[in-house]
Write a protein that binds this ligand. Structure first.
Ligand code: FAD
Ligand code: UDP
Length: 393
């Protein structure tokens, strides 16, 4: 008998498994249909012995001290600040757009004040920011939008920026200084020995049983469990009752090149040429030294594994219908990027899972207290152990 059947061994499922086992003394069965843990953050050594991310580049960054402290229990870190160049007009220019981007693109020598004045001049007023085109054109004008954003976005999403929520391009800031970091979060670092090693340490507990290459539907009736945590696609859970929720997919072309370095930064974006959107060279992320180097090209696809929920109003409406079903489904808890249809980064998924755990542990505590008062047996879970962590309730 398991207290929890957890579907999916990515961040959402693994954090839940770890917390429930270590924090609440639960017995957990964690299943994933892939042959490995880690979900999309899985990394491994390729044939050349280079650490690569199978499902595209994963760079950890967060402003949350709580999330960072939590993950730091399972890994040490390699400080890493991400920098990206975009190939535009035969130059490699910093993205997010900053002072150097504009000066080098147009052959100018603007100061920060000059760039602010320039943006005021070229920006098209958008009193209401309704979509991702408005976000960018309203800040930096049409030319920069067309050179850096429109085509990349059309390739990545199969949609024009005007068809996507403001939140998509809201991810990328615009700067008038020379800061060329992709992220400005308080914590920016990579797990020193990789994501997979971190997951293995999270899940190394006698009460966590991991079953790989297994669809939960093949075991859910064969094992006994009290509650389920589901982290797969929410529409699939309900057998697409209201139709398919749109997800964007990617095809990854991994390559090892017989030279030490391929490009000067970890990621080069290609908004306007090629079928791929970006090229990532992993050694920049991991700090590994090797006489060869491994890279991955990302080709956006309409079909394939669901990687990106697509943020636009009609999809949000469809998701709301599934969300209502999810909330009305007893004993099943939905968490993670696919199960809650949110374009979340890793740290947001960890935060979401920690919040769910806190809620479940609180419910359990109240159930046990009620049971003790009534003199009956606990309803849901065995007693929580004294885990000294501030994250447990
Ligand atoms: P997932 O990692 O998708 O895990 C869900 C798991 O559930 C999967 O392993 C799947 O196999 C399993 N599953 C589904 N259905 C079933 C079933 N029926 N039975 C059994 N198992 C099932 N975030 C960042 O913070 N920084 C980045 O740089 C970054 N880069 C990204 C790049 C790409 C190309 C992509 C696609 C995402 C990126 N992300 C990044 C986001 C990050 O991958 C997610 O936030 C995070 O991995 C989500 O974790 P999750 O557990 O919700 O989902
Ligand atoms: N984007 C763009 N040009 C770029 C980089 C990003 O137009 O050079 C847009 C694109 O729509 C992309 C979104 O901004 O999907 C978010 O970019 P991010 O790098 O956060 O994407 P992710 O790493 O999640 O794929």
């Amino acid at each position: 008998m398991y207290d929890y059947l957890i579907v999916g061994a990515g961040f959402a499922g693994s954090v839940m498994a770890e917390r429930l086992a270590r924090g609440s003394n639960c017995k957990v069965l964690l299943v994933d249909r892939r042959p490995h843990v880690g979900g999309n953050a899985y990394d491994h050594y390729d044939d050349a012995g280079i650490l690569v991310h199978r499902y595209g580049p994963h760079i950890f960054h967060t402003n949350s001290d709580e999330v960072f402290a939590y993950l730091s229990r399972f890994t040490t870190w390699r400080p890493y600040e991400h920098r990206v160049l975009a190939s535009v007009d035969r130059q490699l220019l910093p993205i997010p757009i900053n002072l150097d981007t504009v000066n080098r693109l147009y052959g100018l020598e603007l100061t920060s004040d000059g760039l602010e004045a320039y943006f005021r001049q070229v920006a098209e007023p958008r009193p209401q920011v309704r979509n991702s085109e408005d976000v960018v054109v309203g800040k930096v004008g049409r030319d920069l939008y067309e050179k850096f954003v429109r085509n990349y976005t059309r390739k990545q999403w199969g949609l024009d920026p005007s068809q996507l929520d403001p939140s998509v391009l809201g991810r990328i800031p615009t700067r008038t200084n020379r800061d060329d970091r992709y992220f400005t979060d308080k914590h920016q670092a990579m797990p020193r020995h990789g994501f997979t090693r971190m997951f293995e340490r999270m899940l190394d507990h006698p009460s966590i049983h991991v079953l790989l290459q297994t669809d939960y539907r093949d075991v859910q009736r064969q094992v006994r469990w009290r509650q389920m945590v589901y982290t797969g696609p929410v529409d699939e859970f309900f057998e697409f009752r209201f139709g398919k929720l749109p997800y964007r997919s990617l095809e990854f072309r991994h390559e090892t090149v017989a030279k030490e370095w391929h490009q000067t930064v970890a990621v080069v974006n290609h908004p306007n040429e090629h079928d791929y959107t970006r090229v990532t060279e992993f050694k920049h992320l991991t700090g590994q030294r090797h006489h060869h180097t491994s890279v991955v090209y990302e080709y956006p696809r309409a079909e394939g594994d669901p990687y990106y929920p697509i943020p636009r109003p009609e999809n949000a409406l469809l998701y709301q219908r599934y969300q209502a079903l999810a909330e009305a489904t007893p004993r099943v808890h939905f968490v993670g990027r696919l199960a809650t249809y949110r374009y979340y980064n890793m740290d947001q998924v960890v935060g979401q899972a920690l919040t769910l755990y806190t809620r479940l542990a609180g419910l359990d505590r109240r159930a046990r207290e009620g049971a003790a008062r009534r003199g009956t047996l606990p309803l849901l879970l065995p007693a929580a152990t004294a885990d000294a962590s501030p994250l447990t309730t």
